[in-house]
Design a protein around this ligand. Structure first.
Ligand code: NDP
Length: 285
């Protein structure tokens, strides 16, 4: 039976540390604040927003939601995001993506100040991540994976790491973060040949695919550590969600595995707060 790498202990430890940092900032008369920019009201966005607000409150920092109608036009939204970006009391900005199709999202992203880009939405933010600049903030999900890895004392140096998925929001930045810690990293995608065999070579296997239960018993072997980033509707349990890993098949084989739910996803809002507090500290250095 594998050791289950739960997200809650990681988030709890992080929150404890962040609470102290917020107290230290407050003693200097500074209250870190996250600005949440949302266009429309998608249920997934609202769910994440609720979690983010709750985590901010729990650690003593502030948050403010800037909500815009689905039919806001480009010019009005450019003006709005510029205004949010220039607010002195907002240290970090989370903007839900994708934006409605009539909005030029690339242009909008350029209007977010890089120093407030706590979820890596800007090219400047991505450049910092890909050049190992410690003042840059990688997206929250890959950072949450790394925080899980650190919390559970998993050594990355010299290890064969396989990341399945090459999106800009998870796979690619996660590969960079593993590389930064001297992992030997392979990035897989939909055109990778012999994917099960490549996955079997991993010592640390991360699934960020967006396909329910795709990683089956034939993708894994004994001794592996498996991190499951996926959040998918569970085809076998309507109304529930599941990961990219078939937990029932894989868990009996590998050494350690993160579950879905209650794994990586439980850590992301704490990372968002961590990044906002770091941004606040840098803006007030
Ligand atoms: P994307 O759809 O943007 O990317 C999916 C990646 O998986 C692509 O690189 C794609 O390859 C690859 N892929 C798709 N099908 C296959 C296949 N059959 N074999 C190999 N590779 C494949 O998804 P995201 O990166 O945004 O998200 C990945 C997962 O992580 C999703 O389940 C999402 O819900 C979850 N997620 C979880 C978060 C959390 O907080 N835990 C936050 C963000 C996402 P190609 O590039 O060739 O198309």
């Amino acid at each position: 039976m594998a050791e289950i790498l739960k997200g809650k202990p990681v988030a709890d430890a992080m929150k404890e540390e962040l609470t102290k940092k917020v107290e230290a900032l407050k003693a200097r008369g500074i209250v870190p604040k996250l600005g949440i920019v949302r266009v429309g009201a998608r249920p997934d966005d609202l769910f994440y927003e609720g979690g983010a607000k709750k985590t901010c409150k729990a650690i003593g920092m502030e948050s403010e939601v800037f909500e815009y109608p689905e039919d806001i036009d480009q010019a009005a939204f450019e003006k709005a995001i510029t205004e949010v970006g220039s607010k002195k009391d907002i240290n970090g900005i989370l903007m839900f993506s994708p934006l409605p199709k009539h909005i030029d999202e690339r242009k909008i992203r350029t209007l977010i100040p890089v120093e407030k880009d706590v979820d890596c939405l800007t090219l400047g933010g991505a450049a910092k991540v890909f050049t190992d600049d410690p003042t840059g903030f990688p997206p929250c999900t890959p950072t949450a994976c790394m925080d899980m890895i650190h919390h559970y004392g998993i050594a990355v140096k010299g290890k064969r790491c396989v990341v399945v998925g090459r999106s800009l929001v998870v796979g690619k930045p996660l590969a960079m973060l593993l590389l930064r810690e001297h992992g030997t990293v392979t990035i897989c995608h939909s055109r990778t040949e012999n994917l099960p065999d490549v996955c079997k070579e991993a010592e640390i296997l991360v699934a960020a695919v967006g396909r329910a239960k795709m990683i089956k018993a034939n993708y894994v072997r004994e001794g592996q550590i498996v991190i499951d980033v996926g959040i998918n509707a569970d085809p076998d349990n309507p109304g529930k969600y599941c990961g990219d890993v078939d937990f029932a098949e894989v868990e009996p084989i590998v050494e350690r595995i993160s579950p879905v739910p209650a794994g990586v996803g439980s850590v992301t809002t704490s990372v968002l707060c961590k990044h906002t507090i770091m941004a606040c500290e840098m803006q007030n250095a």
